[in-house]
Ligand binder design. Structure first.
Ligand SMILES: [Zn+2]
Length: 274
């Protein structure tokens, strides 16, 4: 029954489908399948049971795993899944050889369900954080971004510096505007409460909030997002907009930062204390 409901959230992207399997409180484990194949790939499987149940209910086999960073809610199911399916695991070198069988770095390519994904290093949330980007011939570009970019927000800086996260945001901002962005947490409404507090005159943001609220009322995931939407509405992609930095400074009762790195840090600090 649960899986039948989930099929509502299936995103057909060219010859691939993406399905967000809910895990823990607010994680999504994205699974992707090439329509011609009876195998799936899982992104950041923090919980093995969720993926195993899905595979069994759909009579699918797990062909491989992508990992974005070392946090337990993204890797907790990897050992059990590889034991069961003997599949390769692509991810940061920090997790090799225990969990990751194929360590990858910036510029490497990974073939997933008939698509080549390019590895982007985006340290900030953690030092080992990777994103995966693809430009399939038959669909919009795709970004699997873990906890680097959320709809309306970005990951907390647990290990990296504001300068590193700023450069991750700059890297992601330069991707094609229509790129579909598959983040791994349903944080959208909370992120938007902060965003609108510091950027209240942003009409695109107000529209995005209304859309996200009605999706959540129906129990529908607010993801994937797009790079275009994030550039227009996400304060961490808008660190060089005066009104956004001004809003963050006001919230913190500080003077407004004047350079990009300090502006980004100021917005992040305002969110952390929000
Ligand atoms: Zn994380």
């Amino acid at each position: 029954m649960l899986w039948r409901l989930l099929s509502i959230f299936k995103h057909n992207v060219g010859h691939m489908t993406f399905i967000p399997l809910p895990a823990f409180n607010d994680n999504y484990i994205w699974v992707t399948q090439a329509t011609s194949q009876q195998t799936i790939w899982a992104v950041d499987p923090g919980d093995a049971k969720v993926v195993i149940e899905y595979c069994q209910s759909q009579q699918l086999k797990l062909a491989g795993i992508l990992v974005t960073h070392h946090h337990k809610d993204h890797t907790g199911g990897v050992a059990e899944l590889t034991q069961l399916y003997q599949c390769p695991v692509y991810g940061p070198a920090s997790l090799a050889p225990q969990l990751v069988t194929h360590p990858v770095q910036q510029g490497d390519e990974v073939s997933v369900a008939d698509n080549m994904f390019l590895v982007l290093e985006t340290p900030g949330h953690t030092l080992d954080h990777l994103c995966y980007f693809a430009e399939p011939q038959d669909s919009k570009p795709l970004l699997l971004c873990g906890d680097t970019l959320f709809r309306g927000g970005c990951g907390r800086l647990f290990e990296g510096t504001p300068a590193q996260m700023l450069s991750a945001m700059t890297k992601l901002r330069s991707l094609p505007a229509d790129t579909l962005v598959f983040g791994t947490h349903e944080y959208t409404l909370a992120n938007y409460r902060f965003a609108v507090a510091i950027d209240p005159n942003n009409t695109k943001l107000v529209e995005a909030i209304e859309e996200a609220e009605s999706l959540r009322e129906e129990g529908t995931p607010t993801l994937p997002s797009t790079i275009a939407l994030e550039i227009e509405t996400n304060p961490f992609m808008r660190f060089d907009r005066k009104e956004v930095v001004e809003g963050a400074a006001k919230l913190l009762k500080e003077d407004m930062a004047l350079d990009a790195v300090n502006s980004f840090a100021q917005i992040r600090r305002a969110k952390d204390g929000f």
